[in-house]
Design a protein around this ligand. Structure first.
Ligand SMILES: *[C@@H]1O[C@H](CO)[C@@H](O)[C@H](O)[C@H]1NC(C)=O
Ligand SMILES: *[C@@H]1O[C@H](CO)[C@@H](O)[C@H](O)[C@H]1NC(C)=O
Length: 709
């Protein structure tokens, strides 16, 4: 998939002339990777991920696996050590089937990386599938599904293949325990069809204000987006080892990915009048508790974290170790150089290089210049939090939701932690001067006007196929049962925006569109007392204070003519978001009938389009739409174009940092504002859809604030 996307985007960037490309529906560009051969490959990939908790029930594939012996076929692998390494680990005993796979557990991680190596270095697709079929029945199912999925994303011969929706591969990690148990009991009673409304946090009585955000933090699409992004850039992936040449912006992409997730989360907090996130502090407890109400696929419970939980050292490392690493990172940022493996000083004072080096260090990924000294910071902090309920591992408590990419966005503590991690990046960025007018101006070009359709959010129902969560006796049986969980999800009406741009020349440009808090209304008390001290009515609530809350909706190249230009785009064309993926079942049927699934798939990895807008209010909640037009600047190659990522958010069209222009300090609005920018005040409305589904409880408004409008 990654290769497809990059090829596609590269083509579009060049072919931007005269019309705005539609990145979202560019499937026709994939002609070379469609056809029966691809459909056949796709079929095998989907079959291998079906009911992974059970042994392979596809007789042909199972037989392939049984007759395969990786070591006896070692010449079929480009890296023979990988085979010897994994097979010897496996013979000594890797994680048994049925156990929880935790990617932050060192020994389990070693095993899964070794398994991935074997899958990745298989010389051809046939060897890959045979290896996968072998591993499918001989290795822990969590480790298999993970290593196999990462391999599908990264193998050249898997270009054009898509993974099924992750929330349908392992529905247990996305749906509340009561829902899953109900499906299991329906299965035991022999029911063939079972459809149920999911138990929705925000639909229940709210006992903790943080639960108001359940519609966002527990959204299956959002959580799958996080899990999926990690399949693209796992922290353990060493670009050199795997010959991946597009990792130059890995550190920056890590930053921006989470910066934007946090910004989106914060806009949802504002929409719900929740106060600003608390700061993370090693000396303090975590104030906010969280009860995930989730079961692992093997039936174990995800632990509940009560409010005011202490943070403790774990067996593998202590809080002091982490503080020391944090100190080293801060020292590097302040001093302007990091220490290389042999103690050499590597400067980080130039933005692009510095961001790469610092970013890799903070992410703690395998491209870090010195992981012995700087550790694997992000993974270590998350692991410590994941084990918070049983740090000494004395009580057999399973890791918490923060320990898994599929589930971590559910926990408020994850955002608190992430804010702290992003704070390190901000320390780094604040060492660079604010943008000067020359960095921001586009001489001769001005944004004259911006018009937007009415922005409306609402809740809709979405069907999730949960067949993979129940045990079946055969594939025939699995094909017959129809188990559907109906989940309530935030959505918005598609909308179009129009931009009037004047230009005194024929030129290429890049348009960026952001949504953020309204600067106009920050001084009023619109948001009520609860938040007035926090974001709003705050005397210093200026753009510098708010810039980190701007989310990027769209970024695309455009050709301008002399005079007025009208640019019109629909929200479905946004380059940073993507629509729903077809169900596992739809993908499988398409592939099994010999057709390529690409025609029915939108881009796979992107922020869910449905969540592009924060939840509105009945009376309209004020936000700012920000538009900026800058020179295309494709000739400057400081910032590589070919970037390691799965989505438009990270696609650089020009030579500007991700997050530009909000990524640097804004000294004052007057110095920042140039004619090629435009702030448009918009209102986001929320439509109460409960009358249409009268038997379903739908959240009407938040905190009763809208009630009297
Ligand atoms: C890692 O997982 C293994 C099981 O594979 C377990 O024995 C070990 O205690 C775990 N280690 C840590 C530090 O969690
Ligand atoms: C829904 O979930 C809540 C909290 O997780 C629980 O208290 C409640 O009993 C559940 N309701 C149903 C019908 O499962």
């Amino acid at each position: 998939m990654y290769k497809v996307t990059v090829a596609l985007l590269a083509t579009l960037a060049v072919a931007a002339a005269l019309h705005i490309p539609n990145v979202r529906t560019g499937a026709t560009d994939n002609a070379h990777i469609t056809g029966p051969e691809v459909a056949q490959k796709q079929k095998l990939v989907l079959q291998l991920l079906r009911n992974v908790g059970q042994k392979n029930m596809y007789a042909e594939l199972a037989a392939l696996g049984q007759s395969w012996n990786p070591k006896q076929n070692i010449d079929r692998y480009a890296n023979q050590y990988a085979v010897k390494n994994f097979v010897s680990m496996w013979k000594q005993g890797t994680l048994p089937r049925g156990e929880i796979f935790h990617v932050y557990n060192d020994s389990q991680l070693k095993e899964v990386v070794a398994l991935f190596d074997m899958l990745y270095f298989a010389k051809d697709f046939e060897t890959f599938i045979k290896t996968a079929a072998w591993a499918r029945d001989n290795v822990n199912e969590g480790q298999f599904a993970y290593a196999f999925s990462v391999a599908v994303v990264h193998r050249d011969d898997c270009a054009g293949l898509v993974l099924p929706p992750l929330y349908e591969v392992a529905p247990q990690l996305y749906l509340h325990s009561g829902d899953i148990m109900e499906f299991m009991s329906a299965k035991m009673q022999g029911q063939v069809n079972y459809v149920k409304m999911t138990n929705w946090t925000a639909g229940n009585e709210i006992t903790n204000p943080e639960q108001l955000l359940g519609y966002f933090t527990e959204d299956v699409g959002l959580n799958a987006y996080h899990a999926y992004a990690h399949l693209y850039m796992p922290f353990w992936l060493n670009c050199e080892k795997y010959g991946i040449t597009t990792c130059q912006m890995r550190g920056e992409a890590f930053y921006y990915y989470y910066q934007q997730i946090l910004a989106r989360y914060n806009l949802q907090r504002m929409a719900n009048y929740l106060p600003e996130l608390e700061d993370f502090d090693w000396e303090e407890t975590i104030k906010t508790g969280y009860n995930p109400d989730l079961l692992y696929p093997n039936g174990a419970q995800f632990p509940n974290r009560p409010a005011q939980q202490d943070i403790s050292s774990i067996k593998s490392y202590s809080i002091e170790d982490l503080k020391a690493i944090e100190m080293r990172i801060k020292d590097a940022i302040d001093s302007g150089f990091v220490l290389g493996e042999d103690g050499n000083k590597i400067p980080v004072t130039q933005y692009v290089v510095g961001m790469r080096i610092i970013g890799n260090i903070i992410a703690g990924n395998q491209d870090s210049v010195n992981s012995r000294y700087y550790g694997s910071y992000t993974a270590m902090v998350r692991n410590l939090l994941a084990l918070i309920m049983d740090p000494a591992m004395e009580h057999g408590v399973a890791p918490g939701v923060i320990g898994h990419f599929e589930t971590s966005l559910r926990d408020p503590a994850f955002y608190i932690l992430q804010k702290n991690i992003l704070g390190l990046f901000e320390n780094f960025k604040d060492n660079f001067p604010a943008y000067k007018p020359d960095d921001l101006l586009f001489r001769g070009v001005a944004v004259k006007d911006v018009a937007v359709d009415q922005l409306v959010t609402y809740f809709d129902l979405f069907d999730i196929d949960v067949t993979n969560a129940v045990d079946v006796a055969s594939i025939d049986e699995a094909d017959k049962i129809n188990y559907v969980a109906k989940a309530m999800r935030l959505n918005h009406k598609p909308f179009t925006y129009k931009i009037k741009i004047s230009s005194d020349k024929k030129t290429s440009a890049v348009v960026r569109v952001f949504l953020g808090p309204s600067t106009e209304l920050t001084h009023s008390n619109f948001y009520g007392e609860q938040a007035s001290d926090v974001y709003y009515g705050h005397p210093t609530a200026d753009l510098e204070r708010l810039r980190n809350y701007f989310v990027e909706l769209d970024r695309f190249p455009v050709d301008l003519n002399i005079g007025d230009n009208l640019v019109q785009r629909n929200s479905r064309e946004f380059t940073t978001t993507t629509g729903d993926e077809p169900s596992f079942d739809a993908l499988r049927r398409t592939a099994e009938s010999g057709h390529s699934v690409l025609s029915i798939v939108n881009r796979q990895c992107g922020f869910p389009d449905r969540l592009a807008l924060p939840m509105g209010h009945k009376a309209g909640a004020p936000y700012s739409l920000f538009v900026m037009v800058t020179p295309y600047g494709a000739d400057e190659h400081d910032h590589v174009k070919d970037i390691y990522s799965c989505m438009g958010l990270m696609t650089t069209l020009d030579n500007r940092p991700l997050g530009f222009p909000f990524d640097r300090q804004i000294e004052n609005y007057g110095k920042f504002y140039t004619p090629n920018m435009y702030f448009k005040d918009v209102l986001i409305f929320h439509k109460d859809s409960s009358s249409a589904n009268s038997n379903i409880y739908i959240k009407k408004n938040v905190n009763g604030f809208d009630a009297d409008h």
